[in-house]
Design a binder for this molecule. Structure first.
Ligand SMILES: O=c1[nH]cnc2c1ncn2[C@H]1C[C@H](O)[C@@H](CO)O1
Ligand SMILES: [Zn+2]
Length: 339
């Protein structure tokens, strides 16, 4: 399929970070609101907000996020940011998206942990009235923060569940903060009834994936380190764990040092529920259409595969069964001409 066809295909995205996906136009708008000077040329700005081509690891990649954090400290900024990311997704025919962000990184201007989320939800709602897309929010605990902080964040946000907020995640510094360290906050989120996904396997540590599954988490972001672990892949299949693959991001963080270390083929062959995601549209300089193009080029992924991955995403989405059925019908229609 050519790029225009891939662009036109209906899509779904479970794994997209708000702060890593702001358009340059939105970054300029938010910077202006706080009188922060930015380079005049988009090329120069891009250098500041994209992960460096020579990132050595996840920690290196994550440094890029420090640049936008000060821009996301007011209700208005978070609303505009959420609207902006949904608009980008709708433009490439994403029918359903879950957008995640860390409330703890948006409270230095005086917002509370739940006000930050309310602002994101407001932006998502505004975008849904304008575009043909369903957009929901996930709140991220951060691995490097104390469990008490992540627990406070989930407690503060639990009341918003079902009202635009549909679940939670843990992101951040995996190399220094393994899954076991986060177990108390994971258990708190689960006790509060927060559906969870979880970043794991970006640092050549399959144990972090295994522990997340053991803790009962039904979706794993990345899971890259399972690529040469047949027993773990079997576990993923047996437990019906859905995997949120992020190809470009993995090559940048060196979670996969080559395509051979990317687990797509091994997971697909084993019958695992995989999904395709951008992770960070701006930091990784990608779009979902571009990711589809890469899968097609590298792995000969077909329209039937793409449909199957979209249906996997719908199955694992943190929304009601009737809402899922509406999206499934829509995607079946989208792909009918290509199968
Ligand atoms: O790929 C990632 N792995 C771990 N953490 C990540 C990744 N992409 C973004 N993050 C972090 C940085 C953001 O500030 C935070 C919330 O979106 O999530
Ligand atoms: Zn991520």
């Amino acid at each position: 399929m050519d790029f225009d066809t891939l662009h036109a295909l209906g899509k779904t995205e479970l794994h997209c970070h708000l702060d890593g996906s702001l358009s340059l136009r939105c970054i300029r708008q938010l910077a202006k609101m706080i009188n922060r000077p930015l380079p005049a040329s988009d090329d120069a700005l891009r250098q500041l907000v994209q992960a460096p081509a020579d990132s050595e690891n996840l920690a290196d990649y994550l440094k890029t996020f420090d640049f936008v954090a000060p821009l996301l400290q007011t209700k208005k900024a978070l609303q505009l940011a959420a609207f902006d990311v949904v608009a980008q997704a709708a433009e490439e025919n994403v029918r359903y998206i879950e957008i995640r962000f860390a409330p703890a990184f948006s409270i230095s201007g005086g917002l509370s942990l739940s006000e930050a989320t309310e602002a994101v939800i407001e932006g998502l709602h505004q975008a849904m009235t304008k575009f043909d897309i369903v957009a929901k929010a996930l709140v991220c605990g951060m691995r490097q923060l104390p469990n008490a902080d992540n627990q406070a964040m989930f407690r503060a946000n639990a009341a918003l569940l079902g009202n635009g907020l549909v679940g939670g995640d843990f992101a951040g510094n995996e190399a220094d903060f393994p899954t076991s360290v986060c177990a108390p906050a994971i258990k708190t989120a689960q006790a509060l009834g927060v559906p969870l996904t979880f970043h794991a396997g970006e640092c050549h540590c399959p144990q972090n994936i295994a522990e997340a599954i053991f803790l009962g988490i039904p979706r794993i972001g990345h899971a890259t380190a399972c690529f040469d672990q047949p027993d773990l892949i079997q576990k993923i299949v047996q437990t019906h764990t859905t995997i949120e693959l992020c190809l470009t991001s993995n090559l940048q963080t060196k979670a996969a040092r080559s395509l051979d270390e990317f687990p797509y083929q091994a997971l697909k062959a084993a019958g695992a529920a995989i999904t395709i995601n951008t992770d960070n549209r701006t930091v990784s300089n990608t779009t979902l259409t571009h990711e589809y193009e890469l899968y097609q080029t590298y792995f000969k992924t077909t329209a039937a595969d793409f449909l199957a991955f979209n249906l996997n995403a719908i199955n694992a989405a943190f929304i009601s069964e009737p809402a899922k059925q509406t999206l499934r019908n829509r995607l079946q229609q989208d792909y009918a001409a290509f199968l």
